[in-house]
Design a protein around this ligand. Structure first.
Ligand code: BGC
Length: 810
């Protein structure tokens, strides 16, 4: 069942009923000011940090589910209703929500009135604009009242939910003209305030929540809206809000639009006040001025569209499959940018007050968006590397505002250092910018301990090379990519964090997943060394890689698949000899991606086992059989009910690893089959089962053992976005940036047909035509660059050339 449809021309998903199986959200904002917005106008806004600088209040874990947002109520004399349906939930005559790229547009119709809300964050301002347009579609004069409503958050979203004894006495507002200012804590230590304004005269306002709603009311039918008269309340303490009353009369066919702005403003410390106790509103008024007409809003909206059109023009494909086109050209890349901006902080499943930026998460996010904004990838890489320790270890997380490593969680996740190599390699391959390797980069944010970034990579590499266990395989530490495989933890009491309890390091537990990473990224490290002329270091690295390659095929091979790990007693995890958890997905995908066992035949056997043991119609499960009891020696993984999360869920993140691995073997049919199983556009028509947004990936789909097999959770902020984009763009469609230039080596289904790719790469545009011979899955028969046949798969790079016409025959 579908609850809407794609509009590819407009790059929108059109939701046609407010009652989606879960709230289906979108993100507004490109740099510093962000909003989450659901298909019924729920959500919230923040500046830079969803925990520390939250402007409006949202209620997670509430009833009804999607509670609080930026709401517009219409009282037309007959009904009270909202164009986005919530929170009144008055049935509408027509409802539509169009989630676009960086904006959302809602249309609600009722009793002859049509109301449209266009919501977006301009590219260069710290505000959200809501343009509300109301049209009288009837043949009689309409007189009605419009009420706006936002509820302020006391900035620190964590405190906001807890510290009532203090905060309920702190709320302060100011009202000037049609703008309502939220200035809680501005008097003392804050230099910032929020405002909610509109560009027309108002008939009244409210800032005291409980007077506006009525103390024992929900926000579905606020007293003020129902009574049709604002009370002009001025908050002092308690819970401040901002609401405008605007009385409107429309002739038949007439329409009126009003621009509302939710803004965030910072003032310099010595320029905070206009007069005693009155905030300096100069910057706020300038911002209001920038969007005070429909034309100015239209201009800002066009600039936003141009911003995205430019980004989405960098990699574009035309294949015979609409769904591939729409995911590659629009939604997958869009999700990559959103995950880059948000990391894992704020979604409808991440409360914005939890973890900071993940070291490994952020490194992987770079793989998916580096081609879009390489400058920001560069900046992010230096931020991340600056949190690394001198011995190569890494903080598992860091805080976005301070950019400092987070000592609450600390270090000990032994895959982390290698992800830094992955990110830097992707950046250098994409841009050819070797200067990043010379950037003096601190350890643990201590400038006095800076070394060139290249030296950070060396220490990452050496960390793994020098932390190996009894089988010559890398030690796992607290965990590797799978945060829930805690082999040194042994936690017996609730409340202990699996990620921080117990020793951070054990001398025995080893990870075959990290072994796969070491081979893959160790080789990429060696390639970079070689390119820089350091042959000796490249040779040394390759020797170390070979040791781990051999150890993996030796102790890391179980007979039909790669073992997952060795636990603290040196017992195998993910082996035929285990009672539960006999086979895991991660080492199969990663080891084959790294090329381990490809010539020896193990790779093929491993992937065949994945198909046989882990595959389902909704994707590949992370392990089988699911753990049915708690295993002290394995940790969190066995704490989940079978079929959910890391205990045999379909973790979408590592499905592309297996798909990529299939392309390494040249099996295009299977690679594409795997791609389709978790790809949102292909499962749109089972939205009643899948439930999350049909335009973005979710972290997890419930596995075969779960009651709700096929149901997804944790949409939006997942490494799945980056990895699926890497998979489809670089491996299946096959346009892969190498250090020496762009390689084109597709691996597609036998009946895929011809396709095209337009790709900006470094300073040039590549127009690539792939002529696909039916029946072939992989293999470049001919590579023709500007009429000349070239050997291999890499388009030779020519200095100064800005356009390449490439034909690939496969
Ligand atoms: C985390 C990743 C982790 C994955 C598997 C995700 O929620 O963000 O860091 O690798 O789960 O445990």
């Amino acid at each position: 069942m579908k609850f809407g449809h794609f509009d590819d021309e407009a790059k929108e998903y059109v939701i046609t009923t407010p009652k989606t199986p879960l709230p289906w959200i979108n993100y507004l904002g490109t740099k510093e000011f962000f909003s989450l917005i659901s298909n019924t106008c729920g959500g919230y806004s923040f500046f830079k940090d969803a925990k520390l600088l939250r402007l409006t209040r949202y209620r997670y874990n509430n009833v009804p589910m999607d509670n609080n947002g930026k709401y517009y109520y219409i009282n037309d004399g007959k009904d009270v209703w909202n164009p986005g349906w919530q929170p009144s939930r008055t049935p509408l005559d027509f409802y539509e929500c169009r989630h676009g790229i960086g904006y959302s547009r809602f249309t609600g119709k009722k009793n002859g009135l049509s109301a449209e809300v266009l919501a977006f964050v301009p590219t260069d301002d710290a505000c959200e604009i809501n343009k509300v347009t109301i049209k009288n579609e009837s043949d009689t004069v309409k007189e009605f009242k419009l009420f706006s409503y936002v509820e302020w958050c006391f900035w620190n979203a964590d405190d906001d939910m807890k510290n009532f004894q203090r905060l309920l006495s702190c709320g302060e507002v100011e009202i000037k003209g049609s703008a309502i200012y939220h200035k809680t804590e501005y008097r003392e230590r804050r230099n910032h305030f929020g405002f909610f304004s509109c560009n027309c005269e108002i008939n009244g306002f409210d800032t005291i929540r409980d007077d506006f709603l009525g103390l024992y009311n929900d926000n579905d039918r606020p007293d003020v809206v129902v009574n049709g008269k604002a009370l002009n309340t001025v908050a002092s303490g308690w819970l401040p809000i901002a609401s405008h009353e605007i009385d409107i009369t429309l002739q038949p066919g007439e329409s009126k639009s009003i621009v509302f702005i939710l803004g965030y403003v910072e003032n310099p410390d010595d320029d905070k006040w206009e007069s005693y106790g009155v905030i300096n509103k100069k910057r706020a008024e300038e911002m209001q001025e920038r969007y005070n007409t429909d034309e100015k809003v239209e201009e800002a909206f066009s600039a936003l569209k141009a911003y995205w059109d430019n980004l989405l023009s960098i990699y574009r494909t035309t294949t015979g499959d609409d769904k591939v086109n729409r995911m590659v050209n629009i939604w997958n890349q869009y999700q990559c940018m959103v995950t880059f901006n948000m990391s894992r902080s704020a979604s409808y499943y991440e409360s914005g007050i939890g973890r900071g930026m993940g070291f490994r998460d952020s490194c992987q996010d770079i793989l998916g968006f580096v081609h879009l904004i390489p400058d920001r990838a560069r900046e992010r890489i230096i931020d991340i590397a600056s949190t690394q320790f001198e011995d190569g270890r890494a903080y598992h997380q860091y805080q976005p505002l301070t950019k400092k490593g987070n000592s609450d969680i600390g270090s000990g996740f032994n895959d982390d250092p290698l992800w830094l190599i992955a990110a830097v390699s992707a950046y250098v391959r994409e841009t050819g910018d070797l200067s990043i390797l010379d950037v003096q980069t601190p350890f643990d944010n201590d400038e006095s301990k800076s070394t060139p970034l290249m030296d950070h990579l060396k220490r990452s590499f050496n960390f793994t090379a020098t932390h190996k266990g009894p089988h010559g395989l890398p030690l796992i530490g607290r965990a590797d990519w799978n945060d829930c495989l805690n082999l040194n933890c042994f936690s017996e009491h609730p409340g202990e964090s699996f990620q921080t309890f117990g020793p951070s390091e054990g001398p025995v537990a080893e990870s075959i997943f990290i072994a796969g990473m070491f081979v893959k990224y160790g080789n990429e490290y060696a390639d970079i060394c070689e390119l820089r002329g350091d042959k000796a270091e490249a040779d040394r690295a390759r020797k170390e890689v070979k040791l781990v390659y051999d150890a993996t095929l030796d102790a890391g091979w179980d007979g039909k698949w790669f073992v997952r790990a060795y636990d603290a007693f040196s017992h195998k995890v993910g082996s035929e000899e285990c009672e539960e958890g006999k086979i895991f997905i991660e080492p199969q995908g990663f080891c084959v991606m790294a090329g381990i066992g490809v010539p020896e035949g193990n790779a093929k056997t491993a992937l065949d086992s994945v198909k046989e043991k882990l595959d389902t119609r909704y994707g590949i499960m992370i392990l089988q059989p699911a753990y049915t009891k708690y295993h002290l020696e394995l940790g969190e993984i066995s704490s989940y009910p079978p079929g959910y999360k890391e205990n045999a869920g379909i973790f979408c993140h590592n499905n592309p690893w297996v798909s990529i691995a299939e392309t390494v073997l040249g099996r295009g049919d299977r690679a594409f089959e795997i791609y389709k199983k978790t790809c949102p556009a292909y499962i749109e028509n089972i939205s009643e089962i899948h439930r999350t947004e049909p335009y973005v990936y979710s972290q997890m789909v419930a596995g075969r053992d779960a009651k709700f097999h096929g149901e997804a959770k944790n949409s939006w902020l997942t490494g799945t976005a980056a990895w699926t984009f890497v998979n489809i763009s670089q491996y299946i469609l096959g346009v892969y940036p190498t250090l020496k230039g762009l390689s084109v080596d597709p691996c597609v289904p036998k009946d895929f047909g011809n396709f095209k790719i337009d790709r900006k790469f470094r300073d040039a545009v590549y127009h690539i035509n792939v002529e696909h011979t039916s029946g072939s899955e992989k293999g470049v028969k001919k590579l023709i660059v500007d009429g000349k046949e070239v050997k291999g798969t890499v388009v030779p790079f020519e200095e100064g050339k800005t356009e390449y016409n490439v034909t690939v025959v496969m």
